[in-house]
Design a protein around this ligand. Structure first.
Ligand SMILES: [Mg+2]
Length: 252
């Protein structure tokens, strides 16, 4: 039997950037992981960038224009569709036959300069053995722009986006099965990393390991439960840097 190395490591040197990488709770056996699946928004960058606030405003503007209604009416419809269909887009497609490409391009036409390069994240991803994929409720052109801003695009093999998911968003079950099938992922050897705790439940149900990025993002802690969260961290970059370091210690 090989010894199981977990991420339940002793607290790192407080002066190092990995200091905040000590897990808040739980453990993960990284030896069994060969596929790393990451959410994008508020997971690979800090929620303080608040990109969703911009997207949210663009959605309202899209509806105002589409239906010739005032802001308040647009917001009400936007939120209602989000609650009923999981995304505003799905409601607009169903009720108004909105072209999804037009909607997605419009709402993601935002200022990304608030997201800057993350050299630490790029280094950590580079050092991380295994495949890396993005699983997002956003769309691929937007995800690629964000990854490029962060300077980490080259490290990801693929982006499983809302279009590939036939507009069925996380945490509905279907896109998880689709992701695993499409990329031939063995769930038992994969981990999903997400800021919205509830999106981890279907991953866990399929045998994936789960990491909750508890960074204070909006609705991030809704329905959070240790039943389906293996590891709780505060910051992906710091956490992954800690893994790289642990590997070097193990190899050294
Ligand atoms: Mg997210």
């Amino acid at each position: 039997m090989t010894a199981v190395r977990s991420l339940d490591l002793p607290a790192p040197d407080a002066a190092s950037p990995a200091a905040v990488s000590a897990p808040l709770r739980g453990a993960l056996d990284v030896e069994r992981i060969d596929t790393w699946v990451f959410d994008l928004d508020n997971t690979l960058y800090h929620p303080r960038a608040n990109l969703f606030a911009q997207i949210d405003q663009r959605m309202a503007a899209f509806i105002m224009e589409l239906l010739s209604v005032e802001y308040e009416a647009a917001r009400t419809l936007q939120k209602r569709y989000f609650m009923e269909y999981g995304t505003t887009l799905r409601g607009l497609m169903r009720h108004y036959g909105v072209n999804p490409r037009r909607f997605l391009d419009y709402v993601h036409d935002i200022d990304l300069t608030v997201v800057g390069p993350d050299a630490g994240l790029a280094r950590a991803l580079e050092a991380l053995p295994g495949r890396k994929l993005i699983f997002t409720n956003g769309d691929t052109p937007y995800a690629r722009r964000v990854l490029e801003r962060l300077g980490v695009a080259a490290h990801f093999e693929a982006i499983h986006d809302i279009v590939a998911a036939d507009f069925v968003p996380k945490p509905e079950e279907a896109p998880y099965d689709q992701l695993l099938a499409e990329y031939g992922i063995n769930a038992r050897r994969a981990v999903f990393v997400e800021d919205m705790a509830r999106n981890l439940a279907p991953a866990k149900a399929r045998g994936m390991a789960t990491v909750w990025v508890n960074n204070g993002s909006e609705k991030g802690d809704v329905n959070a439960s240790p039943d389906f969260i293996d590891l709780e961290i505060a910051d992906v970059s710091a956490w992954l840097s800690g893994i790289g370091r642990a590997d070097m210690v193990a190899r050294g």
